[in-house]
Design a protein around this ligand. Sequence first.
Ligand code: SF4
Length: 460
Amino acid sequence: MANISTGNQVGEIAIELYDKDSRRQVIQPFTDGWDDAVIKTKKWLNGQHPIFEGAFTIDGAIALVDVLKIDNSKFSNHWHMIEVKSSTSLKKIQIEDAAFQYFVVSLCGVKLSSVSLACIDNHWNYINEGDYNGLVVEYDITEQVRELQEDVKVWLFDAHSVAEQSKEPTVAMGNQCNSPYECEFKAYCEGQSDRAMFPVEWLPQRRGKLKEFIAKNKIKDMRDIPDERLNEQQTLVKQCTVNNAYFLDKESAKQAMQHCHYPLYFLDFETINFGVPRWLDTSPYQQIPFQFSIHKVSDKGIISHKEFLDFSGNDPSFLLANQLIKDCEEGGSILVYNQAFEKKRIQELAERFPHIADNLLAINQRIVDLLPICKKYYYHPKQEGSWSIKKVLPNMVPTLNYGELEGVQHGGEAMDAFIEAVHPETTEKRRQEIDCQLRAYCKLDTWAMVGIWEFFNSSQ
Ligand code: SF4
C-alpha cells in the first residue's frame, strides 16, 4: 500500500511538473475503457500539449506512456517520451520497459525524438510548500532504447509463443523468480517443485563465490555445499539446521553485555518514508520517525514504559526528538536491535535541530546493539537463516508472539497504518483503532528486547 501510494504521488507530481499550462490532458484507460483511451490519445496527438498516460496498441501489444511532450526543436510533430519512476536510480528493467513502449508507440506512427527516464532525486530537499521543482531528474536513454529495438521483437515473439502453448512451460525456479521483481506466481511454482529439506536460501550472506557455486551447480539443499565453502556463520546455520539443534553461548553473550549500565532503556522507532516529501526540510525517502517505544529497567528490576506517537499529520520530528531526550534523561545504556538504523535516525534529527543536537548525539553514545550479540551467540533452526527479532523471539521467549497482534505485525504495515491514520478522511474511530494497534506493535518490539536481555542474563 505504501509503495502504490508513492507511485501515485509521483505520477501526480509529474503532471504538476510537466503540465506547465495546466491543460490536464490525462488519459484514464481504466475508467474510460481501452478503446476510448486510444482514440483520445490519437486526438490529443494532433495538438501541442503534454499528454499523460497516453494509450497505444498494436497487434498483440499495448503500452501506456507516462508523459509525451511535443518537441519541435529539430523536426515538427516529434514527441519526447518520459517515463516517470519512483526509484532513485536507473535500472536495466526500466530501460527495457521504455524500449518496449518506444517500439509500440513508434509502430503506431508517432515520431519520437527522444526518450527519458525521470527518477526521484533523493538528495533534493523540500524547501518551499507545494514547490516540487527538482524532485525528479531526467536521464536521456534514447540511444539505449533504440539499440534494443531488435530485442523487443524477440521478446514479443517469445511472449506470444509461450502464451499460445496449451501447457505451461517447464522452467526451474531460480533468480528470475525474485529479480527484477518478485514473480506473482511464486507460491504456485513453489507448490509444484520439490522443496529441499534444508533450502540453501536459509544460509545467510549467500554472495560472491558461494552464490556462483550454488547457481552453477543448481544446488537446492545446503547439505550439498561442502563445508569448506562456508564461513563461520554459515557453518553454524548448516550444522544447527541439519542436526535440528540450537546454539547458545550464554556466557559470552553475558560478557558482551557486561559494560551496559542501569537504568537500561530498550528503544525502538517506527518510521515513515515518503517518496514525495510531505514535510518541509525533508528529502525523498528520508526515514522519519513518527513513533517510539521505550521499556526502562531499573537496577532493582522495576520495569516502566514510555512511548511517543504523533497522528497530527504534521512533521513529528521535533516533538519526537524532544520527548526522546526527556525519556532517556537519567543516563544508562540504551539497547536497540540493529543500531545502524536507530543511530542514523538520531543523527539525522541532530542535523535538523542543531540546538538540541548535543543531547541527541549523547543518546547515540549510549546505544548498545543486541543484534550482533544474538548473531554471534544464538541460533535456532526455526530462524531459517534470519536473526530478525521476529524470527529470534518465538524460540527464545515463546510467550511473546507477533502473530497475536491485531492489524500491525511488521514495519511495512506500521507505515501503511500511519498513512491511513493521518489521512483527513479517516474516521476518529478508525484512527483510535490504529493508535492501539501501533502502540501494541512498537511496545512488543521493545518488550521483546527486554525478553532477549533476560534470556541471556538469566542463570538457567
Ligand atoms: S515463480 Fe515466476 S519466474 Fe519463477 S519459475 Fe514460476 S513463473 Fe517463472
